[in-house]
Design a protein around this ligand. Sequence first.
Ligand code: IMP
Length: 408
Amino acid sequence: MPTKLVLGLQHGDEGKGRVVDDLVQNWADVVVRFQGGGNAGHTVYDRRGNKFVTHILPVGVLSKEVINIIARGCVVDIEEFCQEVSDLNVKAGSNLSVSGFCPIIEPTHRIIDRLKYQKKLGTTAKGIGPAYSDFYARDSILVKDIVDDPEQSLIKIQSKFFSLQEKRAQDGESLETLRPDFDLFNEWVTKYKEMSEILGLYRLNNENVLQDYYKKNYNILLEGAQGSGLNVFSDNYPDVTSSAPSVGGALNSTGLSHKQIDEVIGVIKSYKTKVGSGAFPSIITDGQEKVLAEVGQEFGATTGRPRQCGWLDLDEVKHAVQQNGVDHLCVVKTDVMTHIERPSFFVHGRNYLLSKINLVSSFDTGFAELLKQIEMHTGINKISYTTGPKRGEIVWYSNKYQDNKLKE
Ligand code: IMP
């Protein structure tokens, strides 16, 4: 069976992008983003060290021969979408399609997110929560609405925007504070026609295409965004995102069944980072967090915000492994741990010291100990790991991906 699902098992920013990228290079024929929106930032470095970041587009767009789909569980900001296809030079009619059923992130959603949730929850202010709220209330404008009837869709978008501005005025906000949003909205409206036409060029024309690819035995890679700690259906609610970065989220969005998922690959960083509000039991406060943040370049790829650093929380990882039926773990940013004097991990509610990690190799005592602890506490013995940040610096548990690429 040819479907693999890559999930983050922490609080996002695990480094899923480069794991997906490696599978794109060596295995995948189709890559599908299935939840979230422009709140994600998947960073990939090629062999020369050039950096690429994707937000709403699947990482596979960086490889021209791979088919990419944004599935209906994603929320799409059409302005960001147009910008990203232009920045990454993803031509219409080549290797990217977006489901007609994706809800649109409207300018109003971004404003509500900024005003109501950015401070309260530390959201990315990309409009994610308000866009999903409208979706579940069945008030969304979908990609297909914009493409099939742009005028009518614009009327709805304008009406929602003016209602919000009116309410803000009634609540006592001055014209001065409202004006920047009017200006931004007017600018957005002037670009709307062009943006809706561009979007139309990328619209997926067969919503059942994944089942067809599956029947043809294509290698399908489902690319998760964020991580299980941010799952809206988790105990961390409300300190979460508004989608489900989980097997459940992938199934709802793609229309594949659980029986069609061959392997769930859970990605974890060798330590943990977090942005936004909520508990962080394994947080480091003895100064070593600064080393992790500096060496690991722990700043948000989407917002530039500094990430808080802590030890690898194996209670959290074990929970995510169980909930998602993870088969295989990939540990990333292992090289960062070689800069740490007293590396530790967290399990059963407390920290445990590891031997110093001198080298990312199973022959290194500290590194072997880390892998052993991960295996012991998660029950997963299929563990791969990265050795550095660049493309190719990854040691897969087995080499089978290399041999399995479907020839066109
Ligand atoms: P939202 O997804 O923008 O609504 O933000 C909700 C929470 O999820 C906040 O704590 C964000 O910092 C966090 N979050 C959203 N996307 C990411 C991500 O890609 N990486 C890490 N944290 C994220």
